[in-house]
Write a protein that binds this ligand. Structure first.
Ligand SMILES: *[C@@H]1O[C@H](CO)[C@@H](O)[C@H](O)[C@H]1NC(C)=O
Ligand SMILES: *[C@@H]1O[C@H](CO)[C@@H](O)[C@H](O)[C@H]1NC(C)=O
Ligand SMILES: *[C@@H]1O[C@H](CO)[C@@H](O)[C@H](O)[C@H]1NC(C)=O
Ligand SMILES: *[C@@H]1O[C@H](CO)[C@@H](O)[C@H](O)[C@H]1NC(C)=O
Ligand SMILES: *[C@@H]1O[C@H](CO)[C@@H](O)[C@H](O)[C@H]1NC(C)=O
Ligand SMILES: *[C@@H]1O[C@H](CO)[C@@H](O)[C@H](O)[C@H]1NC(C)=O
Length: 400
């Protein structure tokens, strides 16, 4: 399973890069750490992590004008698409709360500091830990007598919501469901359901960060990502939890509704799509997958953009155009916002330096925090699409 291997490899590499960025930056001194809460009632519905441990979340209470507002953020971290990869994941923090850090650092959109997060700092902010391997959509148990795996992401979502409702979520006046990467993908599958738990007069919106995974062929014209997602959805019994209007349209290929580009038009809640057009995760796992480049011809380009050949840059521009093309219909939606910048990054709302700082990425001089805030509060229409690489000088690229 080469694609799977690469997904894991790349996340490991990215984790190192992110760790580096977060440890050298002085602002980190002020960031808040928040304790985990395990959801003990989850056992009643078998809403358990892959290994059967309890799921959890981190909640930092809102205050002042934000005390009735709620930001929920799905944690990301890839997927598992077969028994082998899920068994392996079950022994890590991405599949078991036994291995999770008990403290989470709240940065970027989760920060409680008004200077660093002007629109959401005083909201109730929740990080939902990811331990099911299918973007919170599975509902199945594998048990062959010797091995047991819980594919219960959908139930984990419901159990966490049930735990939060009596803590004030049921009286929310404003709410935003967000998430990054696999967590960004989860927002598409739970957005409309989220609104149903909240008061009818609440303002509820959703945002995906780096979760707009494209149904694109790789450079060898193979649908690597499509096959990978098919494995995830099938193994975990997720199809029943995808948007039913979407799955009806696809009938025997219902798993395709796991891709946001097909599910999006059936979502009625106002949406914001934050993504780079050259998402580095998609670069290596959707477009230039290891199986599509067995000789590693792209290796240099993947590590240093200035070494990319004109043909390679063309291929990357083609990927950007595909993304912009599938987002075209969304541009017509009045309530939709977007920020599609041209950086080589992945997840820009969780890190302070990409979310909101003097030198953060901008389109038309607007930071991501400003763009999301303007859209959420209806201060201005925010549908920003950047010019193509290399014109943007404000990027925080993960590939130099
Ligand atoms: C908020 O962030 C600013 C900018 O980094 C910093 O100067 C200030 O001390 C922080 N405030 C708190 C309460 O941590
Ligand atoms: C159960 O499944 C696991 C994982 O695929 C496998 O290693 C094991 O041999 C299976 N056990 C039985 C009794 O089939
Ligand atoms: C929604 O209705 C409740 C009950 O009538 C009221 O207390 C609350 O202020 C309203 N919220 C908003 C956002 O209008
Ligand atoms: C949310 O979705 C789940 C699964 O489809 C469903 O059981 C639940 O009733 C929904 N919640 C609300 C409030 O509609
Ligand atoms: C396309 O994908 C299939 C199945 O994953 C694989 O067997 C095949 O080798 C791939 N072809 C190329 C050219 O990468
Ligand atoms: C860009 O925005 C900043 C405030 O964030 C402002 O100080 C600056 O003048 C703006 N630059 C331009 C060219 O509009």
């Amino acid at each position: 399973m080469i694609p799977l291997f690469s997904l894991r490899m790349n996340f490991a590499a990215m984790a190192v890069a992110l760790l580096y960025l977060t440890t050298v930056e002085p602002w980190r001194v002020n960031s808040k750490t928040v304790n985990i809460k395990l959801v003990t009632n989850a056992r009643e519905t078998s809403a358990l992590c892959l290994d059967g441990s309890l799921p959890g979340y981190h909640l930092d209470r809102g205050y002042g004008a934000g005390q009735n507002n709620w930001l929920l953020q799905f944690e990301g971290g890839g997927w598992c698409n077969d028994l082998t990869s899920c068994l392996e994941r079950a022994q890590t923090r991405r599949g078991s709360s036994h291995y999770m850090s008990k403290l989470a650092t709240f940065n970027g959109i989760l920060s409680n500091n008004a200077t660093l997060n002007p629109d959401f700092y005083n909201w109730n902010r929740v990080k939902l830990r990811y331990c099911d391997g299918a973007s919170f959509t599975g509902n199945k148990v594998f048990n062959n007598g010797t091995t047991k795996l819980y594919f219960k992401g959908q139930k984990i979502w419901e159990a966490i919501i049930q735990d939060l409702l009596p803590q004030g979520l049921e009286k929310a006046q404003k709410a935003l469901l967000s998430g990054c990467s696999a967590g960004g993908l989860a927002t598409f599958h739970h957005c409309d359901n989220f609104t149903k738990y909240l008061p009818a007069n609440a303002s509820v919106k959703c945002m995906s960060d780096a979760g707009f995974f494209l149904d694109e062929k790789d450079i060898s014209l193979n649908y690597t990502m499509r096959n990978f997602f098919k494995g995830v959805v099938t193994l975990q019994g997720a199809e029943q939890n995808l948007n039913s209007k979407c799955t009806k349209g696809f009938s025997s290929n219902a798993y395709l509704c796991f891709f946001p580009q097909y599910a999006l038009k059936y979502i009625s809640t106002p949406y914001f799509i934050l993504n780079t057009a050259y998402d580095v995760f998609q670069f290596s796992n959707v477009l230039v997958t290891p199986s599509s480049d067995p000789q590693g011809k792209w290796n240099q380009c993947k590590h240093k953009l200035s070494t990319c050949t004109p043909a390679e840059i063309d291929t990357l521009q083609g990927f950007r155009l595909s993304m912009i093309t599938v987002l075209k219909p969304f541009l017509d939606s009045k309530s939709g916002g977007m920020f599609i910048n041209s950086c080589f990054a992945h997840c820009q709302s969780e890190m302070q330096e990409t979310w909101f700082r003097a030198n953060s990425p901008r389109i038309n001089n607007k930071t991501i925090a400003k763009a999301v805030g303007d859209w959420y509060f209806g201060r201005s229409k925010t549908q920003e699409i950047d010019c193509a690489y290399p014109c943007d000088k404000t990027c925080h690229n993960m590939i130099p």
